[in-house]
Design a protein around this ligand. Structure first.
Ligand SMILES: CC(C)(COP(=O)(O)OP(=O)(O)OC[C@H]1O[C@@H](n2cnc3c(N)ncnc32)[C@H](O)[C@@H]1OP(=O)(O)O)[C@@H](O)C(=O)NCCC(=O)NCCS
Length: 175
């Protein structure tokens, strides 16, 4: 493994990104999609990446091992004024690259960016309660459990234990 480079996704990466997601979907049951179930085509992914240029609240970061994608982290929020401060975080690191600090680095970079983008004040995400590495990772960065969504995942005919909704508040000013 060469040195991991962290950078924004480019339109030319679209094919690799779609292939990566379709592949890692089969490596873990913790993503919302299965192998080859990633919901975007290459051209939709290209459009999505174009929409990120100059976008204040949405970003896609890649961890690259040379030409190979090792991991991807995204933050995304709606354009709606009442909700655009609430970014949803997504992250996956390919199995062979896990436990080497890549996930931590990706999250740290997104949190730092959110703190400076002038809009995002809250980061949310869902994860399965039994996803030990992800729960440990989020806790390490100060995410808090806000609640649970019972039976929200159906895995091989069995409903999974509560899915927690965690949040990291970057600024407190609630009433
Ligand atoms: C969750 C995930 C992104 C972590 O990525 P990673 O690159 O392995 O994470 P890191 O190496 O930076 O480890 C970060 C922290 O997670 C925890 N962690 C990682 N792997 C762990 C494991 N197998 N068991 C327990 N804790 C673990 C540790 O607290 C670690 O921090 P530390 O090394 O300072 O103690 C990765 O496991 C993954 O992609 N899983 C499959 C997809 C997924 O579950 N995505 C999240 C869906 S909500």
């Amino acid at each position: 493994m060469s040195e991991i480079i962290y950078r924004d996704a480019k339109v030319e990466d679209a094919e690799k990104i779609v292939a990566f997601y379709n592949y890692v979907g089969g490596e873990t049951s913790y993503l919302s999609f299965e192998k080859d179930e990633y919901p975007m085509t290459v051209s939709e992914q290209e459009d999505e990446i174009r929409s990120l240029e100059g976008n204040q609240t949405n970003r896609m970061l890649l961890a690259m091992d040379g030409e190979e994608i090792a991991g991807i982290a995204t933050i995304h929020s709606t354009h709606k004024i009442k909700a655009r401060h609430d970014g949803e975080l997504g992250i996956v690191v390919a199995k062979k690259y896990q436990k080497q600090g890549i996930g931590s680095r990706l999250i740290q970079m997104l949190i730092d960016w959110c703190k400076g983008n002038g809009v995002t004040t809250r980061i949310s995400l869902d994860t399965r309660a039994d996803n030990i590495p992800a729960v440990a990772l989020y806790m390490k960065f100060g995410f808090e459990i806000e609640g649970c969504r019972k039976n929200s995942t159906l895995l091989n005919g069995v409903y999974c234990r509560a899915t927690f909704y965690k949040c990291l508040r970057l600024k407190e000013k609630s009433r």
